[in-house]
Design a protein around this ligand. Structure first.
Ligand code: AGP
Length: 632
């Protein structure tokens, strides 16, 4: 949800900022812009370029312009207040035009602030963010007056880290309600960037001769691996030589500093036409990584960090999984494994609804919060609500140091590497595998599985990467199928049992990137209404791998075929009988039915991908979406 990138200490700011924004564009692509403090040393000035549309529009606009300078900020926008136009693009300028701000988040008291500023400033946009720029300018002017009073012998004026811009920003934020990750530059303080966060991510980069900031580490790894995640209600002052952090009360403190181990190549396309296709193909390796080194020296399964004691885990009597979108579907798959192996009741909840229905939580309720980014506001808020009720929270996330990881009692990391395509693929698969691991871990701690059974289940998980390679080999067949069906205007996905989340996920993926209407249904529900949608030739994709309810699924397939549906079945290798029930069959290898979703989801990802490319869609940056949703 909006990408922020900033640098102080590099002269070639135009190129550096556009390159930084390129790695963050997946966060929002309604408009893009940048501001640098350029001009001469004697008379530094603010230079601003911004354009509606994708980053390519900004790239063309900056071509040939002198955007060298001392400090600069860039922004890619996912619109909340005001349509995606040039004037609403960030950065926004405040005061006399020498100060610029980029912002990710929502100011909840924007109406009151707008009314307050109305008499004194002329607003140039419809955004809430511009108000911030003016507020900082107002505070900076107030500080200048205080400084003049000091010079005239009045009381000392207090500033954060001896930075007037820092103090002005701190004071301005004291008047703001809502969420923000923001950064400010000012031509009067040409090599300084001030940054702050509450509820939206911001990562600082420590370099030898330059300092950086970005909405996520993917933007920074080209420049530094020494990073510091700013925490909520912290403010940072960056100069080329230093990064200092204080809280919003002005007291010195620190963020969460760590070293990033992702490599630069992992965040590039490496010859694939789209990130999504690359990431689908990376799934065997991602699953392998997620399973690596999961046993301690006593042969016991372990999570990534020490957390609630064994005794406490044995007292857990209920599990809630909270997540959004694709992560929610991963939680749905995990429910089958936790209930079956650990014998614990599991409810899987949409995170944005969870806390508002007053769920019954206590120290014996385990809340598993799943989020690839670890920044999804709804999921972070659901986890915070659970912790307020003293329920232990385990985060399942792909991002070390993310808000969710830091807010939880324990973390289970998926190790998928950076995922750039807006549609989640490899992070989904690794989430499913991570929750399977959690199910086995709970079974171990609660002693609901014998050591032998646990070992067998883990060995099955370890076999998945090789089987995934075989599923990926169906790519050409799926591309051909997609070419034949791409122009249909409605798709149904049906399944039962552990296949159901894959029906929902397959439909979500297809909607997301092809803009074609698609829905997933429990096959048994078809006859209760959705079957009315079937007409002659309407495509139905059936997740029909081996399971104890396969015969029941075949009945549902027969019912839709009797009404003219064209059925594509994803079935288990060796199942020749399915040919009589489906028009097309895509085979995946045979595995335990609880693990089948890990394989059967891949044909649905490939199908969505090929339908979208057939329709000429922007696969990696589908319209209206953003990869990380940091607004409620
Ligand atoms: C996935 O393809 C979607 N882009 C979206 O549903 C996503 O899964 C959801 O926004 C949750 O994101 P998270 O995993 O980062 O919390």
């Amino acid at each position: 949800m909006c990408g922020i990138f900033g640098c102080t200490g590099r002269d070639d700011l135009g190129e550096v900022l556009v390159e930084g924004l390129t790695t963050l564009e997946y966060r929002g692509y309604d408009s893009a812009g940048l501001a640098v403090v350029g001009g001469s040393r004697a008379a530094p000035e603010l230079r601003l370029v911004k354009r509606a549309g994708k980053l390519s529009a900004l790239r063309s606009a900056v071509d040939g312009q002198d955007l060298s300078g001392t400090a600069g900020l860039g922004h890619t926008r996912w619109a909340t207040h005001g349509p995606p136009t040039d004037r609403n693009a960030h950065p926004h300028v405040g005061g006399d035009g020498r100060l610029a701000i980029v912002h990710n988040g929502i100011l909840e008291n924007h109406e009151a602030l707008r009314a307050e500023l109305a008499g004194g400033v002329e607003l140039a946009s419809d955004t809430d963010s511009e108000l911030l720029a003016h507020l900082v300018a107002v505070e900076r002017d107030a500080l200048a007056r205080e400084a003049a009073d000091v010079a005239a012998g009045a009381a000392q004026s207090a500033t954060v880290g001896a930075s007037v811009l820092g103090e002005a920003t701190r004071r301005a934020l004291g008047r703001c309600e809502g969420q923000f990750a923001l950064a400010v530059i000012d031509a009067r303080d040409p090599a300084t960037i001030v940054a702050a966060r509450r509820g939206a991510p911001l990562i600082l980069g420590h370099g030898d001769t330059a300092s950086w900031l970005a909405s996520d580490v993917a933007g920074l790894i080209r420049h530094t691996r020494d990073v510091e995640a700013l925490m909520d209600d912290q403010l940072a002052i960056l100069t080329p030589e230093s990064v200092s952090v204080c809280d919003l009360g002005g007291n010195p403190t620190r963020g969460h500093r760590y070293t990033v181990d992702w490599d630069v190549e992992a965040a590039e396309k490496q010859g694939y036409p789209h990130f999504m296709l690359k990431e689908i193909n990376e799934q065997p390796g991602a699953v392998r990584e997620t399973l690596l080194d999961r046993f301690d020296e006593h042969g016991r399964l372990r999570l990534d960090e020490e957390w609630v004691g064994d005794g406490e885990l044995r007292r857990i009597d209920k599990v809630y999984v909270v997540a959004c979108g694709t992560s929610y579907h991963a939680g749905m798959v995990g429910r089958y494994a936790i209930e079956h192996w650990a014998r614990l009741g599991v409810d899987v909840e949409i995170a944005s609804e969870f806390r508002y229905r007053d769920p019954i939580l206590n120290p014996h309720t385990l809340v598993v919060a799943i989020s690839q980014s670890g920044e999804t506001t709804d999921t972070v808020a659901a986890a915070a609500h659970a912790r307020d009720q003293r329920a232990p929270v385990l985060a399942v996330t792909n991002v070390v140091g993310s808000t969710l990881a830091r807010a939880a009692d324990g973390v289970l990391y998926t190790r998928a590497g950076p995922e750039i395509g807006v549609a989640a693929t490899k992070t989904f698969l690794t989430q499913v595998v991570a929750v399977d691991l959690l199910a086995l871990y709970l079974a171990q701690e609660r002693r609901t599985l014998l050591a032998e059974e646990l070992g067998d289940a883990f060995v099955r998980l370890e076999g998945l990467p090789e089987l995934l390679d075989r599923v990926l080999a169906t790519g050409d067949q799926i591309a051909e199928l997609a070419a034949g069906l791409a122009h249909r205007d409605y798709f149904m996905f049906i399944a039962r049992h552990a296949g159901l989340p894959i029906a929902l996920e397959g439909a979500l993926k297809l909607k997301e990137i092809s803009y074609t209407h698609a829905e997933g249904f429990p096959a048994g529900e078809m006859k209760h209404g959705p079957i009315a949608l079937i007409d002659d030739g309407g495509p139905v994709i059936a997740l029909a791998t081996r399971s104890h309810v396969r015969a029941k699924l075949l009945s549902s397939i027969a019912e839709v075929r009797a009404r003219g549906a064209v059925v594509v079945a994803v079935a288990t290798e060796g199942d020749t009988e399915i040919r009589a029930h489906a028009d097309h069959v895509v085979y995946v290898p045979d595995v335990h039915e609880l693990l089948a979703p890990v394989l059967s989801v891949v044909p649905t990802q490939l199908f969505a991908y090929h339908v979208a490319t057939q329709l000429g869609r922007d696969v990696d940056q589908p319209r209206n979406l953003a990869k990380t949703v940091t607004v409620e």
